[in-house]
Write a protein that binds this ligand. Sequence first.
Ligand SMILES: [Zn+2]
Length: 143
Amino acid sequence: MTKSTSTCPFCNLGGRVLKENNYAQAFLSNPRKVPGHFLVTPKRHIEKPWELTIEELNDIFELIFFIEKKLVSKLGEGVDIRQNYRPFMEMGRLKQNHVHFHVYPRYNEDYLYQVSEKYETDLFTDLDPGENEEFAKLLEDNG
Ligand SMILES: [Zn+2]
C-alpha cells in the first residue's frame, strides 16, 4: 500500500460499500448533497480519470446505471452524474484525489435547483462565431 492509498478514505471504506463488482464500488457520499447521493469509484487508487482501464470504466458504468435506475424509480424523476478533476483544490472533506463519479437523484425544481442551479441559468450563452473551429483545432493538436 502506498502512502496515498493508506491515507485515502476511498481505499479504506470498511463497511461503507453498498454495491460492488470486480473493479468498482459504490457507497454513500459523506458529506452528501441530498439523500441518495452515491459515489462510484474504481477499487484501484488512481487520480486521473483518463488512467481508468476499459475494464474499470465498464464496471464503474455498470454500477452507475444500476444506481440510476434505482434512484429514478424510488427517489427522483431524473439523475445527475458528475465527475470532477480539480487538482488545484486543497485536499479535505470535500476533495479526494481518488477518481470518483457522483450519482444523485433529481426532480423538477428540487433542493439543488432552489439553492444553486436556478442562479446558473444566465451562464448559458450562444456559441461565438469561430468557437467550434477553435475547439476542433484544440482536439486535433498533438501537443
Ligand atoms: Zn484511494
